[in-house]
Design a protein around this ligand. Structure first.
Ligand code: ZN
Length: 246
């Protein structure tokens, strides 16, 4: 099994040490993972900081097994960072965009131009785009619908599948749209399976954000133990969807 949704770095007030997190995944016996840095949500963050975190991980963990995704934020453009250069520098295996943490809907058409570059790159080089979804309107599953339609060869993954009915609607309309199980309830996963889209689902945990929320509820749990819980959730979901690769 591959865990397709892992994070490293700063998440609110906690810094999740990149190599420590990936070591935990590696020790868990899982075949591999996809990870991106939540430091990308930090106010005023510069690409250099993310680059250093990822380079630190890939010096110890093969990027073809523990796969870094480039979490692209609109302000990178002003830093002179473009997708090609970042990809040539670090062997990223995918792109992440987060329409709630980073506002893609303002500054049109500038931001739309960046989105075109990202989706075009994903399409040309056959790498996935992982897209955060949520209940806040601006992170609805159809936020980037125009691009799903425009770039049918780009594999677009709706992280969290939230809200689930809107997500199913995207699966129904676009063959290139997938979803992941990060913070997805079993009931909502079952709705997706019943709608006939089990084959669009990727197994992702969102660890260590799961750990962050456990801590917030005053649950004392180690990172290692939290990942054991997350991994067994994924194993249960794997049984339900009847596949494990992506
Ligand atoms: Zn996440």
């Amino acid at each position: 099994m591959i865990d397709t949704h892992i994070h490293i770095g700063q998440f609110r007030e906690i810094f999740y040490n990149p190599s420590e997190i990936i070591q935990i995944i590696s020790d868990s016996g899982i075949k591999g993972c996809v990870y991106s840095s939540t430091t990308s949500c930090k106010d005023g963050v510069k690409y250099h900081e993310i680059q250093k975190e990822i380079e630190g991980v890939i010096s110890h963990f093969s990027p073809s097994i523990f796969k870094p995704y480039l979490w692209f934020i609109p302000s990178y453009k002003a830093e002179g960072i473009n997708i090609e250069d970042a990809m040539n520098d670090i062997p990223y295996k995918g792109i992440k965009i987060h329409p709630y943490a980073n506002d893609w809907t303002n500054n049109i058409p500038k931001n739309n131009n960046i989105l075109h570059e990202l989706f075009e790159y994903a399409s040309d080089f056959n790498i996935p785009i992982l897209i955060h979804t949520g209940e806040n309107g601006k992170d609805a599953p159809n936020t980037f619908e125009y691009f799903f339609n425009q770039y049918p060869k780009a594999k677009c993954i709706l992280a969290h599948c939230r809200p689930v009915l809107e997500t199913i609607e995207m699966f129904r309309t676009y063959k290139n749209v997938y979803g992941d199980t990060a913070f997805l309830s079993k009931a909502n996963l079952q709705k997706i399976i019943q709608a006939g889209f089990a084959d669009r689902i990727l197994l992702g945990s969102d660890f260590p954000i799961t750990h962050y929320f456990s801590q917030r509820q005053n649950e004392k749990i180690t990172l290692q133990n939290r990942y054991n819980v997350d991994k067994s959730t994924l194993e249960g979901y794997k049984e339900l969807i009847g596949k494990d690769e992506y």
